[in-house]
Ligand binder design. Structure first.
Ligand code: NAI
Length: 502
């Protein structure tokens, strides 16, 4: 950033709801004076009480010094008129998500604050440019997109609209740091960074379930146990609420002019229409009991048949052979015409694999060896697979101490497919210059609690592998949804890391 940041001492916060009070709290703990205003009578006072209670709790937990809490409280002033924000160096707006109402507030603020005062919106779905279009001096307007709950979520997206000055961006970055957040500069775009980047994980999972490949519980177990995500996509959607994540999906899809890669599924809409929003309604993808505990059907295959000890490899594959031997199986390179044949395809489904290699599809079983293999294995079979062979294989994997998720045929199983889509979207965000590659990974880990950023995920899987999984998915399904990002394609072609800048 070439421009020096301007000094911000007084921050006005408009809107004292869930977000406004959080922003006010990190403002005062960050050493700034905060003037808090809300149009609803009593709302700011209620917010102040809640903020003070939060600070007291931090003191009780030893996370804030008594003196620091007292000083922070001194820095908060509740005001009951927008005009009282006149001395502010920066005003952050966190009111109702309605463009006309926000534009009106920004118009009013322009007439109240000084010429150097910056104006920022915390909107999550509107364009900063749309809000700024109602104003005269647009260079001083940008976005400060915090995450809920603000004091806990470290990320803040600093949104640069086409007319936002460099100095405004530099100043908002500094303010974000003083508030104890990690700022990431993002272009003004539908869903900004995190709300766009988060689409792939849940929407590909919805696709997999909609295709009848697996159940939500199976997808969640695989993504947690074999791919290291803290929550499965369905648990996550139930937690955020389908009334929230479905409209975000729609906004992002529409905002990118119906790019197939961003489409959600009718199943998502169905749950929203039926009022099954997740935890908050007691039912979403899962049912919740009165204590909020989810009733999760078992994701595990069961088998009561004797284990099968000998398998044939579909083709020479050192990694697969080694895995199977480590699981106690006798591995042969020759098919005896009766026993199971095992393969480990990348992005290919069992049916395509069997057809391409002219193998007996009834005896062909595929293992996903792209994820972590120490707890849970995913096994896939083509239509018409022999149940007795499947059961025997499951039994042998159980003997080796693994849980097994058996799914229907799917190019890329569960994990390869979802991981490749997450990585591809990360690459696309880099390609369209939404933010720098490092910031994309930083924002996705901090904003979504992912264990790794999408570009680091691409590197961990292998950029070439991710590209191959998507290429297969695109070819087999004929769906443009799986179109690899040019960012990914070029780095795969050149053998580079996904984090390599242009
Ligand atoms: P909220 O409904 O909890 O609070 C909004 C507050 O704004 C209310 O207290 C209301 O009285 C006040 N308000 C409405 N119109 C006003 C006006 N014209 N002037 C002054 N005050 C007015 O809403 P929440 O959740 O705090 O959201 C606020 C903004 O933050 C929205 O733009 C939302 O999209 C965005 N946001 C919300 C997140 C969330 O998880 N809740 C996350 C990130 C952004």
């Amino acid at each position: 950033m070439s421009e020096a940041a301007q000094t911000i001492e007084i921050v006005g916060v408009v809107g004292a709801g869930a977000m406004g009070r959080g922003i006010a709290q990190v403002g005062i703990t960050g050493g700034m004076q905060v003037l808090l205003y809300d149009a609803a009578p009593g709302a700011s006072v209620k917010a102040r009480d809640a903020i003070f209670a939060q600070l007291d709790q931090m003191v009780a937990k030893g996370r804030l010094e008594v003196d620091a809490a007292a000083a922070a409280k001194q820095r908060l002033t509740v005001v009951d008129d927008l005009k009282a924000l006149a001395p502010a160096d920066l005003v952050v707006e966190a009111i109702v998500e309605n463009l006309a109402v926000k534009q009106e507030v920004f118009r009013q603020l322009e007439a109240i604050v000084g010429p150097d005062c910056l104006l920022a919106s915390n909107t999550s779905s509107l364009r900063i440019a749309s809000i700024a279009s109602a104003c005269q001096h647009r260079g001083r307007i940008g976005g400060l997109h915090f995450f809920n709950p603000v004091p806990v979520m470290k990320l803040v997206e600093v949104i640069r609209a086409p007319s936002t000055d460099d100095r405004t961006v530099a100043t908002l970055v500094e303010v974000g740091k003083r508030m104890g957040r990690v700022p990431v500069v993002v272009q003004d775009s539908p869903g900004f960074l995190v709300n766009l980047g988060g689409r792939a994980y849940t929407q590909e999972a919805l696709r997999i379930v909609s295709e009848g490949v697996a159940t939500p519980a199976q997808v969640d177990a695989v993504m947690r146990e074999a791919w290291g995500f803290r929550m499965g996509p369905f648990e996550l959607m139930d937690l955020t609420g389908i009334d929230v994540n479905f409209p975000v999906s729609q906004i992002v899809h529409e905002g990118y002019f119906y790019d197939r890669r961003l489409a959600t599924s009718p199943l998502h809409q169905l749950l929203r229409e039926s009022g099954q929003f997740g935890r908050k309604t007691g039912r979403g993808f899962y049912e919740y009991d009165s204590e909020g505990k989810a009733k999760v059907p078992s994701p595990d295959a069961i088998s009561s048949t004797p284990p099968i000890r000998r398998v044939a490899l579909a083709e020479a594959d050192d990694a697969l052979g080694e895995l199977l031997r480590s699981l106690g199986l006798e591995v042969s390179n020759f098919d005896d015409g009766e026993g199971p044949i095992v393969c480990a395809p990348l992005g290919e489904d069992c049916s395509s694999y069997a057809a391409r290699k002219q193998l007996d599809h009834r005896r062909l079983f595929a293992l996903d060896i792209a994820g972590k293999l120490d707890k849970r294995l995913t096994m896939m079979r083509a239509p018409g697979a022999r149940q007795n062979l499947l059961d025997g294989l499951v039994a042998s994997l159980h003997d080796a101490g693994r849980a097994v998720t058996v799914i229907h045929d799917s190019p890329g199983f569960i994990g390869q497919r979802i991981a490749a889509m997450v990585a591809n979207l990360g690459c696309e965000m880099a390609q369209i210059r939404l933010a720098s590659p490092e910031d994309i990974d930083r924002a996705m880990t901090l904003g979504l609690n992912y264990p790794f950023g999408p570009l680091a995920l691409a590197d961990a899987m292998g950029v070439g592998t991710v590209h191959e999984v998507l290429r297969q998915l695109q070819e087999i399904t004929g769906d443009d949804r799986y179109r690899p990002s040019l960012w990914l394609r070029r780095r795969a072609q050149l053998g580079l890391s996904a984090l390599t800048p242009d």
